[in-house]
Design a protein around this ligand. Structure first.
Ligand code: ZN
Length: 358
């Protein structure tokens, strides 16, 4: 085992730059070693930090991070489609393509990374000097010509999550979609709804900066959840309950709020993560008393080369401008804790930070 520099969580809301982040000494034949060029911290990194890794205790003192693009510095003997020097998008969820889940069409539910509930002794997250992945051909994607690093680093989680949620919601042309919570994933979901042919797209949030981006992404209605009557107003403006809901943030209570404005027969896609063991309460009256044909789906990020390449293609073609999410830009690994601090301090000017490795 070798050890490289990386950013680790040391306790509740505390981080450090450590020289003891493990990397496998030998690459497996399908593996690759990547030198990060740009990183982006995520709400889930911040949650781990705020709780001192309460939900995944084995991650304490291991490198965090899962949104990164970089340059390949070494490949295994059986890697066919990538070579040293290639600039790549690195998968966030890291599906295991040789798994029964993959044969079932759900590769993302068998993951080979730090969030899988398994402690991998030979690596941690990607906020490190060198990052090891075990399936380069399947879990890296080339950065297309003309796509910047800032755009590319919004692909592996922000786009791969939001567009997967929208794919599973699958709105009909002209149907209505409400996105509850317009942080970075919610904003991407607004764009995904527009590209998926939705008519009315309600963007529900509270921060001016997020509303501006939602408008640029094509939201038809900007809704502030501080308004007492905002749910009733959505139904009124839509001419009835909405066809589909995307839930991206907030507490467990948001589920009932979303269901309360969803039409019978509609679908709510939840993309929020609930880490506590507290049961989620659903008010039966808003769920059509249990027989209203209202579907609730819990959807997470989709990974893999093909999906990431398709997302990157949307950027290359100019259909998505993910760089609009970036509000803060830093240089050097040492600045990652400062960028994470924006989340921990609930900075209202923050949508997404990026850190260049230079
Ligand atoms: Zn993320």
């Amino acid at each position: 085992m070798r050890y490289v520099k990386g950013v680790v969580i040391t306790g509740k809301s505390t981080m450090a730059i450590s020289d003891h982040c493990p990397v496998a000494e030998e690459l497996c034949p399908t593996g690759a070693l990547i030198r990060p060029l740009i990183w982006s911290p995520c709400t889930s990194d911040a949650h781990l930090c705020a709780t001192g890794c309460a939900s995944l205790p084995y991650l304490l003192n291991k490198a965090i991070g899962h949104e990164m693009c970089g340059e390949i510095v070494k490949v295994g003997a059986d890697v066919h489609d990538f070579k040293v020097g290639d600039r790549v998008i690195v998968c966030s969820v890291m599906p295991v393509w040789r798994s029964l889940e993959a044969q079932d069409g759900l590769a993302k539910q068998h993951q080979d990374n730090m969030y899988a509930g398994v402690d991998f002794p030979d690596r941690g997250g990607s906020f490190v000097e060198e990052y090891y992945i075990r399936d380069a051909d399947m879990n890296l994607a080339p950065i297309p010509e003309g796509v910047t690093l800032e755009q590319a680093v919004m692909v592996p989680d922000m786009m791969c999550t939001a567009f997967e949620g929208m794919r599973q919601l699958s709105p009909e042309f002209g149907s209505s979609v409400a996105v509850l919570g317009i942080g970075p994933v919610g904003l991407m979901a607004v764009r995904a709804a527009v590209l998926h042919g939705a008519g009315n797209v309600f963007a529900i949030g509270s921060r001016q900066k997020c509303f501006e981006v939602a408008r640029e992404y094509g939201a038809t209605h900007l809704v502030d959840y501080h308004d007492d009557d905002y749910l009733r107003q959505i139904v009124k403006d839509n001419g009835g309950p909405v066809d589909g809901i995307i839930l991206c943030g907030g507490s467990e209570r948001e589920l009932s709020k979303g269901l309360s404005i969803l039409k019978k027969g509609g679908t709510l896609v939840n993309m929020s993560a609930y880490f506590s063991s507290t049961p989620i309460e659903i008010n039966p009256t808003v769920w059509g008393f249990g027989y209203g044909d209202k579907t609730i789906k819990g959807v997470g990020c989709r990974g893999g080369r093909l999906w990431m390449s398709r997302m990157a293609q949307l950027v290359a073609c100019g259909r998505v401008s993910p760089e609009k999410l970036i509000t803060h830009c830093y240089h050097g690994m040492d600045k990652i804790p400062e960028a994470m601090g924006l989340f921990l301090n609930h900075d209202r000017s923050l949508i997404k930070p990026v850190i260049y490795n230079d």
